[in-house]
Design a protein around this ligand. Structure first.
Ligand SMILES: *[C@@H]1O[C@H](CO)[C@@H](O)[C@H](O)[C@H]1NC(C)=O
Ligand SMILES: *[C@@H]1O[C@H](CO)[C@@H](O)[C@H](O)[C@H]1NC(C)=O
Ligand SMILES: *[C@@H]1O[C@H](CO)[C@@H](O)[C@H](O)[C@H]1NC(C)=O
Length: 711
């Protein structure tokens, strides 16, 4: 093919020989292994579009209208903030940009403009961005999410550049002065999360250095020098290998063991290595993820921590803010370090832990979820380190915790999860390649080397279905890289048009399968086969996985709702002026048994119809097309400190009722669930062939609207 000559293969080949792109002597920053594409160039399709649409129509797209910490926040000259460091509206901005531009929604873009206009038009004499502390002082942290939002905005809509860039540079100068003034305003959350500001600073270096390279590079080094050094925490000497409640106090600073900080800090090594060029951080990145999930990870791929990390127990909480920060870190590590395990885990966290923690209409969310949580209501007592008695309920701000006086940060921070997942689905590889990094339905438009305009459109019901259908339009030859998850069986295949299928040969480290795509239109079918995976969990329990999905016992729910309560007074309804009618707090009670042990050898998989469009919403009871059946029996399994006790040990699992078949469904759809199971040996013969499945048969349950469920 003659046009082979004009394609620049070098970067792709280089990538495949060294995998970690080399430092270029004239560049301050190591290049990405997989480069991000501009926000807005990737659009969600299928269930991901439905999810972002529901977010746009639900709480995330309406906070600017009524949620006082956004609509009437100190950032827009009104009085509301839930903390003097003014992070609430800043968090909001960090997600509303990718949500608005991912959906291409004019109403949401209007919210972005409203906020930017106000902030930019009200920069005071001293150049500070956003509200100062009540005493007039300056604290850096509250600006970090806003700055990340601005980087996304300038990619999505460059018409903002001329107004916004001077504000960003002025802030870089002010920050430089503060950092050189003994790290004034850079402590606590700021110093624990300094890498978030390093990301913005690196973005400026790469996209708009404007002759200010020295200032930016100095800020990178100063931010690092004043930060909590996470490489110290991610060392054999310090990293806590168990539940801190059980370990002697090792004097580890709280900032290191705070679950949201830890989720955010998983990207530390990737961010810092980009400018220090310190390759020992590759191992640190790997250890940080491995140890975090080995010693503090849940079966749903969340970090277990009810404010403070808490081991691997299914009876302890995983915080929603921690979930979305973990996803963001993992997708960043995949782009900078390139190990496939980071992307696999990012999908698992997204499809299991993120989906389960919001209602399908995206008006309510949990603060913490437990892998074994067969009800979701005000708890009579709690097992948590520092989360209150409504932390497991779905609501507007189910957040209050006495000790750290934790605030409704998750309300404004959690919606970054799926919009940023979408922004990270596709990546640029070298000069002539595009990759599908996080799998799911979506499309991308990009211009590659020598003006090669490419669009890739992926239709799929993945992660429910196993086939991804691609339509690629390329002006010239290009390279397309498909991520092959670790769990994919060798029988998985790719097929171009009507040609015979070929097996996959993914790169060992990145998991990417490389395809050369000819100019014109190309149709690809990518089919992933997965086997049932029974994961051993502590105390002789198991978790059941198929592909990236965790499966949970289907439990019938009795749902009731009431107008929302406030984070700092959850006994009384918020005033009407702080609410819209859709905002409700929910209570969910189990209406079927949950204390069940299963025999994993009896699991049968019932696959849904892959051709059907998925129901909308899909992450709701009765939504997903497939399920599993398993033989199990009820056992004695008590409640301890308000939630299911640790699963009974092997000798204590006596059936209290005859064995029968139970249904397992995708965890994200099962708002109340058991997913870390005690096992029993029963055998398929223990139930007769025609034993009817008992349980939830109808589609999505309609919540009962009852006021005052719990008072
Ligand atoms: C929010 O601000 C608007 C406009 O200033 C005002 O009308 C409204 O009463 C404020 N809401 C609350 C709850 O203070
Ligand atoms: C993860 O960490 C554990 C404990 O340090 C170690 O034994 C194991 O080899 C690590 N796994 C990988 C894949 O590096
Ligand atoms: C719900 O769970 C409780 C234990 O928490 C159990 O006693 C009760 O029987 C369950 N409800 C139903 C309807 O099975």
């Amino acid at each position: 093919m003659s046009n082979m000559k004009i394609v620049d293969l070098a970067p792709v080949l280089l990538l495949y020989s060294t995998l970690v792109a080399p430092a270029q002597s004239d560049s301050e920053l190591l290049p990405y292994v997989f480069e991000p594409l501009p926000v807005g160039s990737i659009k969600p399709r299928g269930w991901l579009h439905d999810t972002l649409r529901a977010m746009g129509d639900g709480l995330p797209g309406n906070m600017a209208e009524f949620y006082v910490y956004v609509s009437n926040s100190t950032w827009v000259g009104r009085g509301y903030q839930y903390t003097p460091i003014a992070e609430g509206a800043s968090y909001w901005f960090n997600y509303i940009v990718p949500l608005a531009y991912g959906l291409d929604d004019e109403r949401l873009k209007g919210q972005v403009k409203w906020f930017v206009d106000y902030v930019v038009d009200h920069i005071p004499e001293d150049g500070w961005v956003g509200p100062p502390l009540p005493d007039g002082g300056h604290d850096l942290w509250g600006r970090f999410p806003f700055m990340l939002g601005l980087t996304q905005l300038l990619e999505a809509d460059p018409s903002y550049v001329s107004r916004v860039l001077p504000v960003m540079f002025r802030f870089q100068e002010i920050m430089n002065g503060m950092l050189h003034d003994n790290n004034r305003g850079y402590s606590g959350w700021g110093a624990a999360r300094g890498h978030d500001m390093m990301m913005t600073t690196q973005w400026l270096l790469e996209h708009h250095p404007e002759g200010q390279k020295q200032l930016l590079v100095d800020n990178l080094w100063m931010l690092k020098a004043g930060a909590f050094d996470w490489s110290q925490f991610f060392s054999k000497a310090m990293f806590p290998k168990g539940n801190l409640d059980m370990l002697p106090d090792a004097g580890i600073p709280f900032e290191f063991v705070h679950v949201v900080n830890l989720g955010q800090a998983l990207k530390w090594s990737g961010v810092v290595r980009r400018f220090t060029h310190d390759d020992t951080l590759i191992q640190t990145a790997w250890d940080s993820v491995n140890w975090t999930f080995t010693y503090h990870g849940s079966a749903a791929s969340a970090i277990v921590g009810d404010e403070r990390i808490a081991g691997t127990s299914p009876s302890r909480g995983a915080e929603l803010c921690g979930v979305v920060e973990t996803m963001h870190s993992l997708s960043y590590l995949f782009k900078t370090i390139g190990n496939k395990a980071f992307a696999d885990r990012c999908e698992a966290t997204a499809f299991n832990s993120l989906t389960v923690m919001t209602t399908a209409d995206h008006w309510a969310h949990q603060y913490v979820s437990l892998t074994n949580l067969p009800f979701s209501h005000r708890l009579p007592e709690t097992p948590f380190w520092n989360v209150n008695d409504v932390g497991v309920t779905y609501g507007l701000e189910p957040h209050f915790a006495e000790l750290t006086r934790s605030k409704p940060c998750c309300t404004t921070n959690h919606p970054q999860g799926f919009p940023k997942f979408v922004s990270n689905m596709f990546v640029k590889v070298g000069r002539s390649g595009l990759g599908h990094a996080l799998l799911g339905p979506g499309s991308v438009t990009a211009t590659l080397f020598r003006d090669n305009t490419v669009t890739i459109d992926c239709e799929t019901t993945y992660p429910f279905g196993s086939t991804l259908f691609y339509t690629i339009n390329a002006k010239k030859t290009m390279y397309f890289l498909l991520r092959v998850p670790e769990w994919a069986l060798p029988s998985s295949f790719i097929r171009e048009g009507t040609s015979p299928p070929s097996l996959l040969t993914p790169n060992k480290k990145t998991g990417m399968h490389l395809l050369k795509i000819a100019p014109g239109r190309t149709l690809l079918t990518y089919t992933l086969h997965s086997a049932l995976r029974i994961e051993s969990r502590p105390r002789d329990t198991v978790a059941v996985h198929l592909g990236p999905l965790l499966y949970a016992l289907e439990i019938q729910a009795l749902v009731s709702s009431q107008p929302a309560r406030a984070w700092n007074d959850n006994r009384h309804k918020l005033p009407d002026s702080h609410l819209v009618p859709q905002v409700l707090d929910y209570a969910m009670h189990n209406a079927s048994a949950w204390a069940v042990a299963i025999d994993p050898s009896t699991i049968t998989i019932v696959r849904g119809d892959e051709q059907l469009p998925l129901p909308n919403p899909v992450w709701t009871p009765g939504g997903p097309p497939g399920w599993m059946e398993v033989v199990g029996c009820e056992i004695e399994w008590g409640i301890e400190r308000g939630v299911p006790a640790e699963p009974p040990l092997k000798g204590q699992r006596r059936c209290t009722a005859p064995p029968r078949k139970w249904r397992l469904v995708p965890y994200g759809s099962a708002k109340i669930h058991i997913a870390e199971f005690p096992t029993v040996e029963l055998g398929a013969e223990s139930v007769s062939e025609d034993t009817e499945y008992v349980g939830l048969k109808e589609g999505p349950q309609v919540p009962l609207r009852e006021e005052k469920y719990d008072l």
